[in-house]
Design a protein around this ligand. Structure first.
Ligand code: ZN
Length: 138
């Protein structure tokens, strides 16, 4: 079995932002040379997510609205975590949206459904943060 590891770095302009990272994950898969196996993609921070869904701008706004209803950023004082920091909402959003995805690798391609795209979900951005790509197989 072969294995491959790569870190993808992001720094968003906004506090909250969704980035389609499917091309970078496919690039990592191409670099790995692995044709059959599994690819794990996970956020390495507790205020960011990796998830799979549709790359459609209306849906992305729906995510923003939905997450702000469930865990509104402000007022910062509503959260007990926000003593000396202001990102409690980002921790909660990360929990809802998930830490990682695992995608099958078939014939050197990400074996996903027709509308499935891999996203980095940033909930406390404007600083450099990482996503881990780990691929195993043959
Ligand atoms: Zn925090």
């Amino acid at each position: 079995m072969r294995h491959y590891r790569k870190e993808l770095w992001f720094q968003t302009d906004r506090r909250r932002q969704l980035i389609n990272i499917t091309p970078q994950v496919q690039d990592a898969l191409d670099e790995s040379g692995i044709r059959e196996g599994l690819a794990l993609v996970n956020a390495m921070h507790i205020s960011a997510s990796v998830f799979i869904n549709d790359d459609e701008s209306g849906l992305h706004q729906d995510y923003e609205n939905w997450l702000e209803k469930l865990a509104p950023e402000k007022p910062h004082s509503q959260y007990r975590h926000n003593v000396g920091e202001d990102n409690a909402d980002a921790h909660l959003k990360r929990t809802i949206m998930g830490r990682e995805v695992v995608v099958a690798v078939t014939e050197g391609q990400l074996d996903v459904g027709p509308w499935e795209q891999i996203f980095y979900g940033e909930f406390d951005g404007k600083r450099r943060k990482r996503v881990l790509v780990k691929i195993i197989g043959d």
